[in-house]
Design a protein around this ligand. Structure first.
Ligand SMILES: Cc1ncc(C[n+]2csc(CCOP(=O)(O)OP(=O)(O)O)c2C)c(N)n1
Length: 334
């Protein structure tokens, strides 16, 4: 049963500053990606580009429940996570348009963003590839006793990979401080969850098979997600136990920029229906219900974020192309 927004709200009240910051981050991700979609359509971004639009509540809630020196790792749908960790939008945009100052020096592109300064370890293109890596990061934290928590994100289709099962078995056996977050947007490319998974209640899979506490929550709702993450962080820090979260979310765009919004695997009506529960609308409603900011304050803030993004993108586009002689740099660690 998904935790409801109302139930979660009674657990923690958010200050005006914090909830405005939540809106700021969610809108930053949304607008940044809308601009990336435009650049992609103009042919300025090469390779794959998967947008996170619709899923923003999940990464933003995680960031508000963990500490800056905790670790985050995710799949190729990674723009939102790295932005919320605090990476510079100019560096992210430069990576996508393959410029010298890109966050991975233009060698990774959209799917392989990396920002160690902000404890963000990718950006992984192989479905499920980040799950054993994240598990290893959590193992390192436990071994060193550094008290850090790892948050490892993946889509529901990744849960059918062998590495998922091996990782969860080890994490449970060894008591690792990790939060496994399935960003369950219902589709792996065009394949619906129920066509690929024998057990649809994903948290039951981990609880039953690996004794990993599993919880399902409304992934469109920042407040419900924040509650799950806070509990999971506490479990990781106090008991050194992993948690699995089934964040029931939705992507409003196609699987990647080269796919249509719905195609034959879902209907226009379904997408429209889910957009009624846009995660940004839910946060704005909370701000309104609790009289935390007026409409004009929100409008001013929105305008300021849009300007910041536009300026960052303009600077990124003006950067030089990477030099050919740097192609083989950073292949091996010296
Ligand atoms: C090992 C592997 N198999 C297949 C692919 C091709 N592929 C890319 S994305 C994707 C679907 C993944 O869906 P999900 O894990 O639910 O994540 P979402 O895209 O929904 O965020 C597939 C099959 C891949 N990248 N890696």
């Amino acid at each position: 049963m998904a935790a409801s927004a109302a139930a979660a709200k009674t657990v923690q009240k958010f200050s005006k500053e914090e909830i405005i910051q939540v809106y700021r981050e969610m809108h930053l991700i949304r607008r940044f990606e809308e601009r990336m979609a435009q650049l992609y359509q103009q042919g300025k971004i090469g390779g794959f580009c998967h947008l996170y639009i619709g899923q923003e509540a999940v990464a933003v809630a995680a960031e508000h429940a963990i500490a800056k020196d905790d670790y985050m790792i995710t799949s190729y749908r990674d723009h939102g996570h790295v932005l919320v960790r605090g990476a510079d939008p100019e560096k992210i945009a430069a990576e996508l348009v393959a410029k010298e100052g890109g966050i991975a020096k233009a060698k990774g592109g959209s799917m392989h963003l990396f920002d160690i300064e902000h404890n963000f370890y990718g950006g992984h293109g192989i479905v499920g590839g980040q799950i054993p890596v994240g598990t290893g990061m959590a193992f390192a934290s436990k071994y060193r006793g550094d008290g850090r928590v790892t948050v490892c994100f993946f889509g529901e289709a990744a849960m059918n990979q062998g590495t998922f099962h091996e990782s969860l078995n080890m994490a449970s056996l060894w008591g690792l401080p990790i939060i496994y977050v399935c960003e369950n947007n219902r589709y792996g490319m065009g394949t619906a969850l129920e066509r690929a998974s024998a057990v649809k209640e994903l948290s039951k899979r981990t609880a039953g098979a690996y004794h990993i506490e599993g919880v399902a929550a409304d992934g469109m709702d920042f407040f419900a997600m924040h509650k799950c993450f806070s509990d999971a962080v506490e479990r990781a820090r106090k008991e050194s136990r992993p948690t699995f979260i089934d964040a029931q979310t939705y992507r409003f765009r196609g699987h990647s920029m080269s796919d249509p919004v719905h195609s034959h695997y879902r209907t226009k009506e379904e997408v429209k229906d889910m957009q009624k529960r846009d995660p940004i609308k839910i946060v704005l409603q909370y701000i309104d219900d609790n009289l935390l900011a007026s409409q004009s304050e929100i409008d001013n803030l929105t305008e300021k974020i849009d300007e910041e993004i536009n300026e960052s993108i303009a600077r990124a586009l003006n950067q030089p192309d990477p030099k050919a002689e740097t192609l083989y740099d950073d292949v091996y660690v010296e």
